[in-house]
Design a protein around this ligand. Structure first.
Ligand SMILES: Nc1ncnc2c1ncn2[C@@H]1O[C@H](COP(=O)(O)OP(=O)(O)OP(=O)(O)O)[C@@H](O)[C@H]1O
Length: 264
């Protein structure tokens, strides 16, 4: 089923008041950030979309697909699952090599032609520590695990809706991960406190007290700032890999970092 739009029909906040933000329509290819203080309902909003809620969750929201109520089958049949979720705390539990897992997953999804080597090399563009096809899933680091999940969602799962919950400390190149996923024309919602991610989204939903309060469209300037912050982030990620690998740090180009910061 081709999905070109989801609608979040407003429900109630934690105090029982109708949400301030009216129905929200998100189109194919759009990236939305979800921001707000702790306990403001960011994860609940993601969960509502994941479950295709129909007034049956704490928020009483309803989720429409292409403007219509999703069928019972879409909500309950795992093979029809249209939503992929990625979060910082997710881990692989299968005791098998990376390549075997990807092959198995591709087979389950009916995609026997997927190039497994390509999936691994895409994952390796997101992490500083290369993943080998023969590595066992259980020995992958947090960053390698998340990088593999992103590549898997982009190429094998092909779920049209991707929900991302706080991947800021996941140890991967976040901006690149978002670009990889959005390049496939997916609908992406990302819960984040991280300016790199929040500012690179086209719009961000502001959460308060369990309700959708407001929406901000990111400006051209914010996009520029996000790209510059991303360069700084990549520098820190590279240093982290050096430290982790037991290398000595000979030099850090602080001048280049300062140059980036002076543009902000
Ligand atoms: N509209 C709502 N009505 C009733 N309860 C809600 C609503 N939204 C969220 N909650 C409840 O409030 C609690 C906190 O919400 P949630 O975990 O979504 O916040 P969060 O913004 O993701 O917080 P954190 O940043 O700490 O992860 C949860 O128990 C959730 O079920």
């Amino acid at each position: 089923m081709e999905i070109h739009q989801i609608t979040i029909q407003a429900g109630i906040d934690k105090l029982g008041n109708t949400e301030r933000l009216p129905d929200l329509r998100i189109n194919k290819g759009e990236i939305y950030g979800i921001v707000g203080p702790t306990g403001s309902g960011k994860s609940q909003l993601i969960a509502d979309i994941e479950q295709l809620a129909q007034g049956d969750t704490a928020s009483k929201r309803r989720i429409l697909i292409n403007g219509a109520i999703p069928s019972h089958e879409l909500r309950s049949d795992p093979r029809k699952k249209m939503v992929a979720q990625l979060s910082q705390n997710m881990n692989f539990f299968a005791d098998m090599p990376v390549a075997d897992f990807l092959k198995l997953h591709a087979k389950c999804r009916g995609k026997s032609k997927v190039d497994i080597k390509q999936v691994i090399s895409i994952a390796n563009t997101l992490t500083g520590e290369p993943i080998n096809a023969s590595d066992n899933l259980t020995i992958l680091s947090g960053g390698q695990t998340r990088a593999l999940m992103v590549a898997d969602v982009a190429i094998i799962s092909e779920s049209p809706i991707v929900l991302i919950d706080e991947i800021e400390n996941a140890g991967i190149k976040k901006h690149e991960a978002l670009q990889l996923l959005s390049g496939e024309g997916k609908i992406i919602l990302v819960v984040t406190h991280d300016p790199v991610l929040a500012l690179s989204a086209q719009k961000r939903i502001i959460m308060r007290n369990g309700g959708m309060r407001d929406i901000i469209e990111s400006t051209y300037r914010e996009k520029q700032i996000s790209l510059q912050l991303n360069d700084i982030d990549r520098c820190i990620l590279a240093l982290r890999e050096d430290v982790r690998a037991g290398r000595k740090i000979e030099e850090v180009n602080f001048e280049a970092l300062r140059h980036e910061l002076s543009f902000l």
